[in-house]
Ligand binder design. Structure first.
Ligand code: 13P
Ligand code: SF4
Length: 322
């Protein structure tokens, strides 16, 4: 069984790494597979994991929404979340009886760092009665204070589901701008930004169109709305793959994190991917060595108080019910 996993890991990761690089990493992959069995652990992996971490060792990969749904009914003793801290926290909130680990506690997120629970309380006072939607890229503390959570895959739907003509959308100001384009409701944003997607400009899109006139340009909704206005498709990391499959794109330029393109390259060998990526330093903190150590030493555990879990769960449950 393990041999089949190793062979498929080599095949997929081999689209990006040299055979010598695979040889150097393979013992770690074998060790991780063995530790998973010993500890009854599962690994959930975000689409931005590097291909060596994304393939082979992950039991489930996806965007934030799919990963949140998957963590809900995971039955293993340990859930190791290969992604960033707010994602592992979300898994703990949704499945508190499991031991939830992240391989590096410093794998943060500029959006989650841009707002505190105190900031949300101040907004409530400033805009009494206005519902507050938070992007899932926020701390557990923020999740306890807001009305409902959204992800890049369901943001417009969540906003539309609220019985109010005005909605506060935090903490991503650009996501808020992108939602505004698809709703009649008045969106009040918070000025948080993704340090990766904010780097894309309208000029980049114009240059890409000129240099690669046949390429489909795909952006994440964490990009500025002036950027997404000019691309062919905007969507969550998983929706990007779906769009490529359904539109039968031959040439693609992704305005998102680098590993997304690397992983899609393995999935769509017939598609030409034009490099235009930006690196998320937080996602890149998750390496095979740290994943091995996380399982071996059962580190680093996500712990939250019962009260935080209860209150943060309410805003996540409202999202999952829509
Ligand atoms: P997705 O939910 O689209 O996977 O996005 C998460 C993220 O952090 C993108 O920067
Ligand atoms: Fe956060 Fe941006 Fe990194 Fe996603 S890509 S984890 S939003 S900093």
């Amino acid at each position: 069984m393990s041999e089949a996993i190793i062979a498929s890991w080599r095949e997929n990761a081999g689209k990006v790494y040299l055979p010598e690089e695979l040889d150097a990493r393979e013992p770690l992959v074998r060790e991780i597979l063995e530790l998973k069995k010993q500890k009854n652990a599962i690994i959930l992996g975000h689409n931005y994991m590097t291909p060596d971490v994304y393939y082979g060792i992950s039991d489930f990969v996806g965007d934030s929404l799919a990963l949140a749904r998957h963590s809900l009914d995971a039955e293993a003793d340990i859930i190791l979340f290969n992604g960033v801290h707010f994602m592992a926290e979300t898994a703990k909130i949704l499945n508190p009886r499991r031991k939830v680990l992240i391989a590096d506690l410093k794998a943060g997120c500029s959006l989650a760092d841009s707002m505190t629970g105190e900031d949300v309380r101040a907004l409530r006072k400033q805009y009494p009665g206005v519902p507050i939607v938070s992007y899932i890229n926020c701390t557990a503390d923020v999740k306890t204070e807001v009305d409902v959570i959204c992800t890049s895959a369901n943001a417009v739907k969540i906003v539309e589901s609220l019985p109010s003509d005005t909605v506060l959308v935090v903490p991503d100001g650009y996501l808020a701008g992108n939602i505004q384009k698809h709703t009649q409701k008045k969106i009040i944003p918070w000025p948080g930004k993704c340090m990766v997607h904010e780097l894309y400009t309208e000029f980049d899109v114009a240059m890409a169109r000129k240099s690669f006139p046949n390429a489909k340009i795909i952006a994440h909704p964490e990009c500025k709305d002036t950027v997404t206005a000019k691309v062919d498709f905007t969507g969550s990391t998983s929706q990007m793959g779906k769009y490529i499959r359904e539109s039968k794109s031959q040439e693609v330029l992704l305005m998102t994190e680098c590993s997304m393109g690397d992983n899609l390259r393995a999935e769509f060998p017939e598609v030409a991917f034009i490099s235009s990526c930006q690196t998320c330093p937080h996602m890149k903190k998750i390496t095979l060595e740290k994943v091995r150590d996380a399982l071996k030493f059962e580190q680093f555990e996500i712990t939250l108080s019962d009260d935080t879990i209860r209150r943060a769960r309410a805003s996540l449950d409202r999202m999952l019910a829509v």
